[in-house]
Ligand binder design. Structure first.
Ligand SMILES: Cc1ncc(COP(=O)(O)O)c(C=O)c1O
Length: 424
């Protein structure tokens, strides 16, 4: 039926409403929203909401639960950084920043990366300030990919890349590294590449979320040798570069400067997750293209947050050191305590996660195990299955939590494991 040219639908079932209806209060009930959902980008249906956030929300209301779930530093942003933001607000810096970021921040970011990792980018043409590293990952992948392309992804891995690859109509090709200590070997990369001629990009993340392993000089050189001279991008997410517990971090951009899109930021190095400032660097010609997508998606990131990040990167070169010492102490405690309980893990060399094998005799389905543990022992961990092939049978344990919480979690785990052994 039409009323002044508008057809009416019944909002509950998906069919036309046959009666003539007046327009009440100017609201036209023209089509059922469920019908419209089916008209949305079909790739969205292929994307699952983040398992990590869903599981974290699911167990949040269990009274007294200790959550070792999120990748969120339990430190506050350094005082000098907060002051810079306050001054920026008081100076009425409330206008749009240049789309790629203020030159002051791009310069501070380029100088930070040069001083720390000996990688060199021109602040004026090779650096973009993104909405967290996440914004950079989105911009980079959507700028690179066409439907039908393939992206090689070593797993287990932080799942965000997978969702964006799918959203772009491209196909993730997983390289399960669980048989090789969670390290991608040059052979595995070479073999996968040979079998996937449509490969447009390779994603690397090191130090790794969720395993904490990282790549050293020789690993990077060998991986770079496989990729050199091929028309393939390397999307290298090095957001945990300041949190390494052995050798200092090295970037793959040292070895493949022309092919690398480098992602970093202040979220983990300066405990600034909520400020949403990331850094994306690439050669000039590539940055010019990336800048278009960044411009048309976020315009620019928050001006005052950029002032804070400028201070962090310029005058807080070693702000991560205090946090790192604490994380390392917690890592050592947790690694030993979990090994004693039968949870074996690769010793993390960076980031703030342990990726531990669920001992035999306990539920081997990682989601079932984490649910049981949350309810029976009041300890929340993230199921390894959230991180792609190779993750099932493992759990991710974040030690970005106080030592007191870690000790409580270990005591509860000990009681839980003992009760399961008794019941067996
Ligand atoms: C590997 C990895 N990359 C990127 C991010 C997101 O960083 P940001 O908060 O700067 O967007 C995270 C957050 O946990 C991460 O673990």
């Amino acid at each position: 039926m039409e009323f002044r040219g508008v057809r009416f639908f019944d909002p509950s079932p998906v069919r036309f409403h046959q009666q003539d209806q007046p327009n009440l209060g100017g609201i036209f009930m023209s089509i059922n929203s469920e019908t419209l959902v089916n008209h949305m980008n079909h790739e969205i249906a292929a994307i699952q909401p983040s398992d990590i956030l869903a599981f974290n929300a699911e167990i949040a209301n269990i009274p007294g639960i200790v959550r070792l779930t999120l990748g969120e530093p339990d430190f506050n942003t350094p005082e000098h950084v907060k002051q810079a933001a306050i001054e920026s607000i008081e100076a009425d810096e409330s206008h749009y920043a240049p789309s790629n970021g203020t030159l002051a921040l791009r310069t501070a970011a380029a100088e930070f990366l040069a001083a720390k990792y000996d990688v060199h980018y021109d602040p004026a043409s090779e650096v973009i300030i993104t909405a967290g590293a996440t914004g950079g990952i989105y911009t980079a992948l959507t700028s690179i990919l066409n439907p039908g392309d393939e992206v090689l992804i070593p797993t287990p891995i932080f799942p965000l890349y997978i969702a964006i690859v799918k959203l772009s109509g491209a196909t993730p090709v997983f390289m399960d590294t669980s048989d090789n200590g969670f390290v991608l070997s040059p052979d595995q990369l070479q073999t996968t590449l040979a079998a996937h001629p449509k490969t447009k990009a390779v994603v690397l993340n090191f130090p790794s979320n969720p395993t904490g392993v990282t790549y050293r000089h020789d690993d990077l050189k060998a991986l770079a040798a496989v990729l050199a001279d091929q028309p393939i991008f390397v999307l290298s997410d090095e957001i945990y570069s300041e949190l390494t517990y052995g050798e200092p971090h090295e970037s793959i951009a040292n070895y493949l400067p022309t092919q690398t899109i480098l992602l970093n930021g202040v979220s983990k190095s300066h405990a600034m997750t909520g400020w949403r400032i990331g850094i994306m660097c690439a050669p000039k010609a590539i940055t010019a293209q990336l800048g278009k997508i960044h411009q048309f998606t976020v315009t620019s990131t928050t001006t005052n947050a950029q002032a804070a990040a400028t201070e962090a990167l310029k005058n807080g070169l070693d702000d991560a050191q205090v946090m790192k010492r604490e994380y390392q102490e917690r890592r050592d405690y947790l690694y030993d305590a979990l090994n004693d309980l039968g949870f074996q893990s690769a010793k993390p060399e960076g980031a703030f996660y342990l990726f531990s094998k669920i001992p035999a005799g306990l539920p081997q389905n990682s989601m079932a195990f984490c649910r049981e543990l949350a309810h029976e022992a009041r300890v929340a961990l993230i199921p390894g299955s959230s991180f792609g092939p190779g993750g099932e049978g493992y759990v991710r344990i974040s030690y970005a939590a106080s030592m007191a919480d870690l000790k409580t979690a270990v005591t509860r785990l000990r009681t839980y494991v003992a009760s399961k052994k008794q019941g067996a």
